[in-house]
Ligand binder design. Structure first.
Ligand SMILES: Nc1ncnc2c1ncn2[C@@H]1O[C@H](COP(=O)(O)OP(=O)(O)OP(=O)(O)O)[C@@H](O)[C@H]1O
Ligand SMILES: [Mg+2]
Length: 155
């Protein structure tokens, strides 16, 4: 098995998770896709909020649980998906997922566990794990140039 390389961070506060998101935002380019993995309350939205502070200052960021996708304007527009309620590829078509992938914005998607086979050819994967002992501690791993086949290894 080829081991994927990743960078790892420990976060002790919500703000630290936001700061790690902001750091990734520095290197993101048009059409990049950031696939987020992690349980309820892991900090996926906190991470996206930090990134969006850089990419779309002033935007209000929350999990797009009901809308499925939020759009934030910017020099490069940002699309923020919540895949929690997505059960099949038809639902992805109906939210315009494949159109979003092609229009040059930067995409962040929460709950990519739900859409593993439908992820783009190459993407960043952000995996956030909660600590059992410390309610504020998070372990974040960022993998670059992932493919859909790598996701079994990731989570
Ligand atoms: N180190 C930390 N990093 C991120 N969030 C933290 C941390 N410590 C505590 N928290 C808290 O955990 C929660 C994370 O919520 P957030 O909405 O970002 O999670 P999520 O992964 O998007 O959840 P969901 O799957 O419900 O969308 C917040 O209440 C936040 O304050
Ligand atoms: Mg969320």
């Amino acid at each position: 098995m080829i081991k994927m390389t990743y960078r790892e961070w420990i976060s002790n506060h919500t703000e630290e998770t936001e700061a790690i998101g902001a750091e990734l935002a520095e290197v993101l380019k048009p059409s990049d896709f950031v696939a987020m993995f992690g349980d309820l309350g892991a900090g996926k939205t906190a991470f996206v909020r930090g990134a969006v502070k850089r990419l779309s200052p002033g935007a209000f960021v929350q999990s797009p649980t009901y809308t499925i996708v939020n759009e934030y304007p910017g020099k490069i527009p940002v699309y923020h998906f919540d895949m929690y309620r997505i059960d099949d590829e038809d639902s992805l078509y109906s939210i315009g997922y494949y159109d979003y992938l092609e229009n040059g914005g930067i995409c962040f998607a929460e709950w990519c566990e739900k859409i593993k086979p439908f992820l783009p050819e190459s993407f960043y994967a952000v995996v956030i794990r909660k600590s059992i002992e410390n309610p504020d501690l998070r372990i974040l791993r960022i993998y670059e140039k992932c493919t859909p086949d790598d996701t079994d290894f990731i989570s």
